[in-house]
Write a protein that binds this ligand. Structure first.
Ligand code: HGY
Ligand code: MN
Ligand code: MN
Length: 410
C-alpha cells in the first residue's frame, strides 16, 4: 500500500488554522502582513518546530521548511500561501501550505531517506494586497527598493511600512531571488475554486496551465468642494469619472475576448464625507486572459478608458499597472506523474486549466512545476462558504505525497 498522509493530523491542522483570522462574518481575513497573518505564520513555525524542521525566512516573509541536515540540492519544493482575501475561505492557499508540511513530516517519519530533500514553502501576499503573487515573484525575479517602496495595500498603506514591523522576515529585501539550481521540481496542491471537478464527479484535477493576469490602480484626481454650494457644472468630481470608467470595463473585457475577465474590486474615495465632492477616487483592477497578448492589450485599453473618463469629467487620471504575470503551461512529465499517482490511489482525474492565479505561475519559470486540484463545493471560493470535503482534502494530500516521493526518489 502506498504511503498515505496522517489524515487526522492534516484535518486537525487545517481546522486549527481556520480559527486564525476568522472575522465576525464567519469568513477569514488573514490579509498579508496583518497581525492575523503574523499569527498564522507563528502557528506554522510552531508546527515546523514540533516536527523538528528547520525554517528559512527571506526579507519578504517567505518561509521554507525542511529536514535538518538535508542541505543537498536540488530539492523538491511544495507549498502555497497562508494569506487570504478579505472575508475569504479556509482552504484557498491553506490547503496547499499545510498539506506540503504534512508531506514533509510523513516522509521524515516513514524513512528511508530519499535521494533528494523535500521542502515545504509558504509564499507571502499571494492574494496581492500589495502586489500580485508578491512572495513567489520575489523568489523568481526579486524587487528593487524603488519597486517595493511604491507598493501600497488596499487601505493605501505602504508595503515597506508593513514589513518594518514584520517578525517573520530575515535578510535583504532586494536579495530574495532563489537560484534555480536549488530546485528539482515544485508541486502545489490547491482547491479548484471552480465547479468542474464537482460537476463531473472527478476527484483530482491535473492542472494543464495557469491564466495570464495583471492588475493595478487607476487614480482619478478631481477637486474637493462643498456638496451644497458647488453647482453641478462647476465640479471636478473624481468619483463620477471613476463610475464612468468602471461602467466601461465589462465592454472592454467583451471586446478583448471570450475568456477575458476584468474586475474592479475596490474603490477608495477621499476625502470621503457625504457632503463633499470627491477629490480622489482610486479604482483597483484585476484582469486576466489565457493569452499574454490579450492581457497586454487590456492593459493598454484600460489606460485609454481612464483618460476618456477623466476628460469627460474634467479630472486627471493616473494608471499604475502591475507587471503582467505570464500564463504558464505546467510540466507535461509531472502532469503524467500526478495522473499516475492518482490512478494508483484509485482516484479519477482529468486535465483542467486554472482561471485562478497561483504561486506556481512563478515557480514554473524557475523549475518544472505542476498543480493538483481538489473539488470546491458549488465551485465557490474567495468567500466564507468556500469548502472542500475531508475526503477530498486527504485524497489530494495523498496524491501530493505520492508525487513528491516519486520526484524526490528519481
Ligand atoms: O486571484 C487569484 O486568482 C488568486 O486567488 N490569488
Ligand atoms: Mn490561492
Ligand atoms: Mn485566492
Amino acid at each position: 500500500m502506498s504511503l498515505r498522509v496522517d489524515g487526522k493530523r492534516l484535518l486537525r491542522d487545517l481546522a486549527e488554522l481556520a480559527e486564525i483570522g476568522r472575522d465576525p462574518g464567519g469568513g477569514l481575513s488573514r490579509t498579508s502582513f496583518t497581525p492575523a497573518d503574523a499569527q498564522a505564520r507563528a502557528w506554522y513555525a510552531a508546527k515546523c518546530e514540533e516536527a523538528g524542521l528547520t525554517l528559512e525566512l527571506d526579507a519578504l516573509g517567505n518561509m521554507v521548511a525542511g529536514l535538518p541536515g538535508r542541505h543537498d540540492e536540488p530539492a523538491v519544493w511544495s507549498g502555497s500561501h497562508l494569506d487570504t482575501v478579505p472575508h475569504g475561505g479556509a482552504f484557498d492557499g491553506a490547503l496547499g501550505a499545510v498539506a506540503a508540511l504534512e508531506c514533509v513530516r510523513r516522509l521524515a517519519e516513514s524513512g528511508p531517506q530519499l535521494t533528494r530533500p523535500v521542502r515545504a514553502v509558504v509564499f507571502s501576499d499571494e492574494e496581492g494586497n500589495y502586489n500580485h503573487l508578491l512572495g513567489s515573484t520575489a523568489m523568481r525575479r526579486g524587487f528593487s527598493e524603488e519597486e517595493l517602496a511604491a507598493m501600497t495595500g488596499r487601505d493605501g498603506d505602504r508595503l515597506v511600512d508593513a514589513l518594518d514591523g514584520w517578525p517573520w522576515a530575515r535578510g535583504s529585501r532586494t536579495d530574495t531571488r532563489v537560484d534555480p539550481a536549488r530546485l528539482h521540481a515544485f508541486a502545489e496542491l490547491h482547491i479548484e475554486q471552480g465547479p468542474t471537478l464537482e460537476q463531473q464527479g472527478i476527484r483530482i484535477g491535473v492542472v494543464t496551465s495557469i491564466i495570464g493576469l495583471s492588475g493595478g490602480l487607476v487614480r482619478f484626481h478631481g477637486r474637493a468642494d462643498h456638496a451644497g454650494t458647488t453647482p453641478m457644472d462647476a465640479r471636478s468630481d473624481a468619483l463620477l469619472a471613476a463610475a464612468q470608467f468602471i461602467g466601461a470595463m465589462p465592454g472592454l473585457a467583451r471586446a478583448s475576448g471570450p475568456a477575458s475577465v476584468i474586475t474592479t474590486g475596490r474603490v477608495r474615495v477621499q476625502p470621503g464625507g457625504t457632503n463633499q465632492v470627491p477629490e480622489l477616487a482610486e479604482v483597483s483592477l484585476d484582469f486576466r486572459d489565457p493569452s499574454r497578448e490579450r492581457v497586454a492589450a487590456m492593459l493598454e485599453a484600460i489606460g485609454r478608458s481612464a483618460q476618456e473618463a477623466a476628460a469627460a469629467h474634467g479630472v486627471r487620471a493616473e494608471w499604475h499597472p502591475d507587471e503582467i504575470v505570464d500564463p504558464v503551461p505546467l510540466d507535461e512529465g509531472m502532469r503524467a506523474l500526478i495522473a499516475d499517482c492518482a490512478a494508483d490511489l484509485g482516484l479519477s482525474s482529468i486535465d483542467i486549466a486554472s482561471g485562478a492565479g497561483h504561486d506556481s505561475q512563478n515557480m514554473a519559470l524557475l523549475t518544472p512545476t505542476a498543480m493538483i486540484f481538489v473539488p470546491s463545493r458549488d465551485g465557490r471560493s474567495h468567500v466564507p462558504v468556500e469548502y472542500t470535503t475531508d475526503e477530498d482534502v486527504v485524497a489530494g494530500a495523498d496524491v501530493l505525497l505520492a508525487t513528491l516521493r516519486r520526484l524526490a526518489d528519481t
